[in-house]
Design a protein around this ligand. Structure first.
Ligand SMILES: *[C@@H]1O[C@H](CO)[C@@H](O)[C@H](O)[C@H]1NC(C)=O
Ligand SMILES: *[C@@H]1O[C@H](CO)[C@@H](O)[C@H](O)[C@H]1NC(C)=O
Ligand SMILES: *[C@@H]1O[C@H](CO)[C@@H](O)[C@H](O)[C@H]1NC(C)=O
Ligand SMILES: *[C@@H]1O[C@H](CO)[C@@H](O)[C@H](O)[C@H]1NC(C)=O
Ligand SMILES: *[C@@H]1O[C@H](CO)[C@@H](O)[C@H](O)[C@H]1NC(C)=O
Ligand SMILES: *[C@@H]1O[C@H](CO)[C@@H](O)[C@H](O)[C@H]1NC(C)=O
Ligand SMILES: *[C@@H]1O[C@H](CO)[C@@H](O)[C@H](O)[C@H]1NC(C)=O
Ligand SMILES: *[C@@H]1O[C@H](CO)[C@@H](O)[C@H](O)[C@H]1NC(C)=O
Ligand SMILES: *[C@@H]1O[C@H](CO)[C@@H](O)[C@H](O)[C@H]1NC(C)=O
Ligand SMILES: *[C@@H]1O[C@H](CO)[C@@H](O)[C@H](O)[C@H]1NC(C)=O
Ligand SMILES: *[C@@H]1O[C@H](CO)[C@@H](O)[C@H](O)[C@H]1NC(C)=O
Length: 449
C-alpha cells in the first residue's frame, strides 16, 4: 500500500498548492487573485458587523488604532485592484467611529486614545479623499472634513512648554506615555500636514509641516546624516528630549519619507526632493535582498501585534512616494515587487492554506498569523500597481471630497450637552483622571507584588 500513501501525499501537496497564494506580477488576474485571497484573510479578523460586536472594530486582541490602519489597507485594495466588494463595509466602519465631534475621538476610546491612534484613522480618511473613494451622504461628515478635524485637534496639542515644542505621545495626562514625545505622533502630524497642503493648496499646512519637521530634526528624532536619513522612536520630556530612544520602525520612516514626497510634489522645492531621496536611502535598512522586514523586532521574534502591522503602512507610503517623486521609482518598485513575491510565497499557512506569515525570508509559511501579517502582505501586493494608477488626487484635479479649514475647532452645537465643557464637567473629568490614575497606580503596585 506504499503507492497509496504516496498518492495521498501527492494529492495533499497538490491540494495545498491550489490554496497557496500564487503570484505572477506580469499577469493582472494573477495579482488580483492573490490579493483577493489575502484580503479575504484580512477580513476574517473583522467581526464588527456581527451581532453584539462593534462596527469598525476588528476582533480581539487588535486595538482600535490598528482597525483604522486596516481600513486604509482595504481602501488600497479597492483602489489598486479595482474591486469594490468591501466598499460599503469600509464606509460604514469609517463613519461609525468618528465620535460625536467628527474628529475620531469616539467616547469608547476617549480615556485611552493617543495622538498616534487618532492619526491612523485620520490618515485613512485622507486616503479616501485622495483616492476619490465614494463620498458619504451629505448629512454625514465628509472624508476631507474628518482628516482636517484630526489634523486641527492634533495641532492644537502642540506643546511648547517642554523640549521647545512637539506633540506628546498621549492626549490624556493619566496615560503612561504622556511625558514622551515620539516620532509616530509628530511624524503623523507632519505627514497629514503635507497631504492636506497638497490636496487643498492651503499654505498654512505647508507652514505646519515645516515647523514639525524642523522640530524633529533639531531634537534629533530625525537623523542628521548626509546621504541617508533615519527616524528614531522618541524622547522624554524629563530630559528635555535629550535622551533619544534609538529604535527605528518602518512606519515612522514611511510617514516622514512620504510626507517629504507630498511636499516636493506640491511645492517643487528641491529641499524636499533631497530629503525624500535621503529617506529612501535610509529605508534600505529595512530590506534584505530587497525583501522587507521589521528590523527592530523581527530577528529576535519579539514583534508585538501593533508592530506586526507596521510594514503595511510602509508599503503604502513607499508606493505613494514612487507615484509622486519619479526619481525614486526604480528602487522603490524593486523593493515592492520583490517583497510582494516573498510575501505571496509566505502566505501558504493555516487551515485555509493561504494564511500569511511574518518572516518573508522564510521559504513558505513561518507559523505566524494575524491581522498585521495579512495587512502587510496585502499592501505590498497591491502597491505593485502603484505606477499603473493615478497619483493621489487633489481638490483641483479629480478629488471631490469637501472639508473645512476649521474642522474640529468649531463651536460644538449646543445639543451636544454632556460633551460641552462646563465647570461641572471639568471637575468630573478631574475626578475621572484621578480615579484612573489611582487605579493604574494600584494595579501596577499589585502587579509588582
Ligand atoms: C515578467 O516579465 C519580465 C519582463 O518581461 C520577465 O523578466 C520576468 O521573468 C517575468 N516574470 C514572471 C514571473 O513571469
Ligand atoms: C473581488 O474581491 C472579492 C473578495 O476578495 C473576491 O471574492 C472577488 O473574486 C474579487 N473580484 C475580482 C474580479 O478579483
Ligand atoms: C461603544 O461601546 C459600546 C459597548 O461595547 C458599543 O455598543 C458601541 O457600539 C461602541 N461605539 C463605538 C462608536 O465604538
Ligand atoms: C530644552 O531644550 C531646548 C532645545 O531643544 C532649549 O532651547 C531649552 O532651553 C531647553 N530647556 C531647558 C529647561 O533646559
Ligand atoms: C541637525 O541639523 C539641524 C540643521 O542643520 C540642526 O538645527 C540640528 O541642531 C541638528 N540636530 C542635532 C541633534 O544635531
Ligand atoms: C543616496 O545614496 C547614494 C549612494 O548610495 C548617493 O549617491 C546619493 O547622493 C544619496 N542621495 C542623497 C540625496 O543624499
Ligand atoms: C537576509 O537574508 C538571508 C537570505 O535569505 C538570510 O540568510 C539572512 O539571515 C538575512 N539577514 C537578516 C539580517 O535577517
Ligand atoms: C507630482 O506627481 C505627478 C503624478 O505622479 C507627476 O506627474 C509630477 O511630475 C510630480 N511632480 C513633480 C514635481 O515631481
Ligand atoms: C514591478 O512589477 C511591475 C508589474 O509587473 C512592473 O511594471 C515593474 O516594471 C516592476 N518594477 C521593477 C523595478 O521590478
Ligand atoms: C470623483 O468622484 C466624483 C463624484 O463621484 C466624480 O464626479 C468624479 O468624476 C470623480 N473623479 C475622478 C477623477 O474619477
Ligand atoms: C487654511 O488652513 C488653516 C489651518 O488649518 C485654517 O485655519 C484656514 O481656515 C484655512 N484656510 C482656508 C481658506 O481654508
Amino acid at each position: 500500500m506504499v503507492w497509496l500513501r504516496y498518492l495521498i501525499i501527492q494529492i495533499s501537496i497538490l491540494a495545498s498548492f491550489s490554496t497557496a497564494v500564487h503570484l505572477n506580477l506580469n499577469v493582472t488576474s494573477s495579482l488580483q487573485n492573490a490579493a483577493s485571497l489575502v484580503a479575504v484573510g484580512l477580513m476574517d479578523y473583522y467581526n464588527g458587523d456581527q451581532y453584539g460586536q462593534t462596527i469598525g472594530m476588528f476582533s480581539n486582541p487588535y486595538y482600535w488604532w490598528e482597525a483604522g490602519g486596516a481600513w486604509g489597507c482595504m481602501i488600497d485594495y479597492w483602489y489598486f485592484m479595482q474591486n469594490d466588494t468591501y466598499n460599503d463595509i469600509i464606509s460604514q466602519a469609517l463613519l461609525y467611529q468618528t465620535g460625536d465631534r467628527n474628529d475620531y475621538i469616539p467616547l469608547n476610546q476617549s480615556t485611552t486614545e493617543g495622538n498616534d491612534d487618532q492619526a491612523f484613522w485620520g490618515i485613512t480618511v485622507m486616503s479616501a479623499a485622495e483616492r476619490n473613494f465614494t463620498n458619504p451622504p451629505p448629512d454625514k461628515p465628509q472624508w476631507l472634513y474628518l482628516a482636517q478635524a484630526v489634523f486641527n485637534t492634533m495641532a492644537l496639542r502642540w506643546d511648547d512648554s517642554t523640549c521647545n515644542g512637539g506633540l506628546r505621545w498621549q492626549i490624556f495626562v493619566w496615560n503612561s506615555g504622556y511625558s514622551y514625545k515620539n516620532s509616530v505622533s509628530n511624524g503623523a502630524l507632519f505627514h497629514m500636514a503635507a497631504r492636506l497642503a497638497r490636496y487643498t493648496g492651503n499654505q498654512s499646512y505647508v507652514d505646519w509641516a515645516v515647523k514639525v519637521y524642523d522640530w524633529m530634526e533639531k531634537t534629533g528624532l530625525i537623523s542628521n546624516d548626509t546621504y541617508f536619513k533615519f527616524v528614531y522612536d522618541g524622547a522624554s520630556i524629563e530630559t528635555n528630549c535629550t535622551d533619544i530612544t534609538q529604535f527605528q520602525w518602518t512606519y515612522n520612516q514611511g510617514l516622514i519619507l512620504s510626507g517629504c514626497a507630498y511636499l516636493y510634489n506640491h511645492t517643487e522645492d528641491s529641499k524636499w526632493l533631497t530629503r525624500t531621496e535621503q529617506f529612501v536611502n535610509g529605508s534600505a535598512v529595512f530590506f534584505n535582498n530587497s525583501i522587507v522586514y521589521e528590523a527592530a523586532c523581527q530577528g529576535s521574534k519579539r514583534c508585538d501585534n501593533d508592530q506586526r502591522s507596521f510594514r503595511a503602512y510602509f508599503a503604502r507610503f513607499l508606493g505613494v512616494t514612487a507615484q509622486l517623486v519619479p526619481t525614486t521609482k526604480d528602487i522603490i518598485m524593486d523593493w515592492i515587487n520583490t517583497s510582494a513575491y516573498a510575501a505571496a510565497q509566505a502566505c501558504s499557512g493555516g487551515t485555509d492554506g493561504h494564511t500569511c506569515g511574518l518572516n518573508w525570508f522564510n521559504i513558505g509559511w513561518d507559523g505566524y498569523y494575524g491581522l498585521g501579517e495579512q495587512m502587510g502582505a496585502l499592501e505590498f501586493l497591491v502597491n505593485t500597481r502603484a505606477l499603473d494608477m493615478p497619483a493621489p488626487y487633489t481638490s483641483s484635479n479629480g478629488g471631490s471630497s469637501t472639508g473645512n479649514g476649521a474642522a474640529g475647532t468649531e463651536k460644538p452645537p449646543t445639543n451636544l450637552g454632556p460633551l460641552h465643557i462646563t465647570d461641572g464637567s471639568k471637575a468630573g473629568a478631574g475626578i475621572i483622571t484621578c480615579v484612573i490614575g489611582l487605579s493604574i497606580l494600584l494595579c501596577t503596585t499589585w502587579l509588582a507584588l
